[in-house]
Design a protein around this ligand. Structure first.
Ligand code: DER
Length: 235
């Protein structure tokens, strides 16, 4: 099975938890994309009715419109029944790293006000501890004096061998700009971050920081699709 087929299997399994009449947080990324498509398909077949979607990014907003999911927002629906979204890393306690697609702020707002938050991953996302993959742990910051904020983030975690890098794109290395008009600084760790809650608090205390990509104690269920089948882990 390819990685994308595994993502699709996990996504379809998550959509089995969707009931007619639900207000749904619609995730962002290559795994959540399959869940959004599946919800649209079931609506078209009449197997799901009266669904309202709350998209976690402009990209998901577009995709949801294209598959016919009626949309609204947090202002109209401050409480959401169920959110389905991918993750970049999942630790054994169902803590997550998210945001390598750049949508972490809206995802955290929406997934933080859900009664249930189902995370869908292929098995490659499982890690022993967050930051353990050596890949980016994203932090959304205001563009104003971003170097100042990036260097303070790096200093915060110097004991973990942290390197902070502004996320850029294209051949001119333009700064990546989020849906909210902010920048992203990606943190790379050599060793474990240690106390995640303390790390989260110290990041959020920096005035230039909008949000970070550690989703602690938020997932209620994680669906993992692997070569040997699908496992469902509940909090
Ligand atoms: O950027 C994000 O938050 C995405 O949801 C990410 O965590 C998962 O993206 P993927 O499903 O494309 O790996």
């Amino acid at each position: 099975l390819t990685q994308d087929e595994l993502k699709k299997i996990a996504a379809y399994k998550a959509v089995e938890y969707v009931e007619s009449g639900m207000v749904l947080g619609l995730g962002t990324g290559s795994t959540a994309k399959h869940a959004v498509a599946r919800i649209g398909e079931l609506l078209k077949q009449g197997k799901l009715k009266n669904i309202i979607g709350i998209p976690t990014s402009k990209m998901t907003h577009e995709q949801a419109l294209s598959v016919g999911i009626p949309l609204s927002d947090l202002d109209s629906h401050p409480v959401i029944d169920l959110a389905i979204d991918g993750a970049d890393e999942v630790d054994p306690y169902l803590n997550l790293v998210k945001g390598r697609g750049g949508s972490l702020l809206r995802e955290k707002m929406i997934e933080g006000t859900c009664k249930k938050f189902i995370v869908i991953v292929d098995e490659s996302k499982l890690v022993k501890y967050l930051g353990g993959s050596g890949l980016a742990m994203p932090v959304e910051i205001v563009p104003f004096c971003w170097k100042f904020t990036a260097s303070r983030l790096q200093k915060l975690f110097q004991d973990s061998g942290c390197v902070a890098k502004l996320r850029t794109f294209g051949e001119n290395d333009e700064p990546f700009v989020t849906d909210n008009g902010n920048y992203i600084v990606d943190l790379y760790f050599k060793t474990s971050i240690g106390d995640l809650k303390a790390a989260s608090d110290s990041i959020l205390q920096l005035p230039g920081v909008a949000e970070h990509g550690m989703f602690l104690d938020m997932a209620t269920t994680v669906i993992v699709a692997g070569e040997l089948g699908v496992t469902v882990k509940h909090k």
